[in-house]
Write a protein that binds this ligand. Structure first.
Ligand code: FAD
Length: 476
């Protein structure tokens, strides 16, 4: 089937941008998840018209298409488990319009988050979502996963900034949805449906984003706690004051030890750290810093440091951002993997959640770090696994089941920001039982030949997610 399409694909994009080389098929067989599976061909279009021709061809020949930005998704979103075409959209990287007087910008999907903010920053604006992958992830990937990040508590998730978009639908039509206006009550909000659709409902080829004013000043508080419950309680105490900071990051002792070992950040060796960021006008920041300091102390912090020094704040942020790779060096035979990595609970439940996670770690004998954008209740647990051992994967999956059960009991969701794809599929199906059939009906109506990123989310084949592993499991 793919052989019939190859010469046409080469004609559409030019042979330089259509590859079946072993190296490309290997490179594009995984993203930042635990999964891997090879595509049949990698195609790199430059225009919406090229995307449309590719989609029409794939739909006619019933070939799967997996849209791909930077491949930083953590749940197997871009892993082609049914083979087919990887549609790499990173050549579509133009910032087409920046209209500060109308508070919007228009970009192609392959624009990188930090690159967009560099341009917006010169005009006093930004797209504030702040994912941890800011240096490399694309706006198309962020829209398709409804990405968010450390500043969602104050600035919202990607969905709160999308005004409109252009989409090549699975049957090849080009649809424009949304507006360039800040308000829009004009019919179904189809752009909202496309946000978080994970490449299953069409290829996003153009995005209109709302602009947000950049804060004039930023400052941080770093509070150390001798018990993780107090650290969690401190988060809820700040929010309920009320005080809405731009972020509150929490990290436990496993993360602190890993960071200090790898990055020599010199974080206090305690059971948990809370790093609060406030931003805004200088006088507001100064006032809020005092309030945050006081709440941290009253919540039981053993030490509280404040800083508006750029180098100090960058060191704290860099330490926090290095958790993922640092955890892989926690113990010799382990790597940190994205399994139960991205839950969210109501903010007041953060203390219960972190304590429960620690209990689960003890009960199962599994090591994992707990950290996250706790201001909005978003917590990550990165499990340490021996990736060549089947027993280690099974133990990890058993732990994941317990973590998600606890999260759902606390009224939370199994994914706050990373999305579903493969790794979260069975757990999301449990959480969203009532809406699965509606999701399937929408998918079948818009993608009758099921070519767009098949086998993911509600179409996962069921059962264990320890499948299509990118790691060689030797020890059965
Ligand atoms: C170190 C690290 C930190 C991270 N931190 C965060 C974080 O703080 N918050 C967060 O939300 N996520 C985070 N992530 C996850 C990931 O970076 C985000 O989901 C990001 O938005 C994905 O962007 P991408 O360009 O890499 O998309 P990809 O990984 O290439 O694709 C993601 C999904 O979007 C679809 N897609 C991509 N482009 C299009 C398009 N144009 N049209 C239709 N579908 C498309 C793909 O099919 C796939 O399903 C992190 C990942 C890493 C590795």
């Amino acid at each position: 089937m793919i052989e019939d399409a190859l010469s046409e694909l080469k004609q559409i994009v030019g042979s330089t941008w259509c590859s079946t080389s072993v190296a490309d098929l290997y490179d594009y067989s995984f993203d930042s998840s635990i999964h891997g599976s090879r595509p049949d061909v990698v195609v790199r279009p430059k225009t919406t018209e090229e995307v449309q021709k590719i989609v029409l061809l794939a739909n006619e020949k019933k070939i799967p298409i997996i849209s791909r930005g930077a491949g930083t998704a953590m749940c197997g979103h871009t892993v082609p488990i049914k083979g087919g075409i990887i549609l790499d959209l990173t050549r579509m990287d133009e910032i087409e319009e920046v209209r500060v007087e109308d508070l919007y910008c228009r970009v192609q999907p392959g624009v990188i988050y930090d690159a967009l903010n560099k341009v917006l920053g010169k005009k006093g604006f930004w797209f504030p979502t702040s994912p941890g992958s800011a240096e490399i992830c694309t706006i198309g990937g962020m829209v398709a996963t409804n990405a968010s990040g450390m500043r969602a508590i104050k600035y919202g998730a990607t969905r709160d900034h999308v005004l409109g978009m252009e989409i090549v639908m699975p049957t090849g039509e080009i649809m424009r949805t949304g507006t360039k206006t800040l308000k829009n009550a004009s019919g179904y909000q189809i752009d909202r449906l496309m946000v978080g659709s994970e490449g299953t409902l069409g290829v996003i080829t153009d995005i209109t984003l709302k602009l947000t004013m950049k804060p004039q000043k930023v400052a941080m508080v770093l509070a150390a706690f001798d018990n993780v419950y107090d650290a969690g309680k401190c988060v809820a105490n700040i929010i309920s004051k009320p005080l809405i900071p731009s972020s509150i990051e929490i990290m436990d002792d496993v993360c602190i030890k890993a960071i200090n070992k790898c990055k020599k950040t010199g974080f206090p060796d305690v059971e948990a750290l809370v790093n609060v960021e406030v931003d805004g006008y200088p006088c507001t920041v100064e006032q809020e810093m005092k309030v945050v300091d006081e709440i941290c102390r009253k919540s039981g912090a053993s030490t509280v440091e404040s800083s508006d020094d750029k180098a100090t704040m960058a060191k704290w942020t860099e330490g926090r951002k290095s958790i993922l790779p640092s955890l892989s060096r926690y113990g010799d035979e382990f790597v940190s993997v994205a399994l139960a990595d991205d839950m969210a609970v109501p903010i007041s439940k953060v203390p219960d959640a972190v304590v429960r996670f620690h209990e689960i770690s003890k009960e199962t004998g599994t090591i994992f770090g707990t950290y996250g954008h706790s201001a909005d209740g978003n917590l990550h647990t990165k499990l340490l696994v021996n990736p060549t051992s089947e027993g280690s994967w099974k133990a990890a999956e058993e732990t994941v089941g317990r973590i998600y059960k606890a999260v759902l009991e606390l009224g939370g969701t199994v994914t706050g920001e990373h999305g579903v794809a493969i790794t979260k599929a069975p757990y999301m199906m449990e959480e969203r039982k009532d809406s699965l059939e509606t999701m399937r009906k929408i998918k079948r109506a818009l993608d009758p030949n099921n070519i767009m990123n098949p086998g993911k989310i509600f179409d996962w084949e069921q059962g264990s997610v320890i499948k299509y592993l990118r790691y060689p499991v030797r020890d059965k």
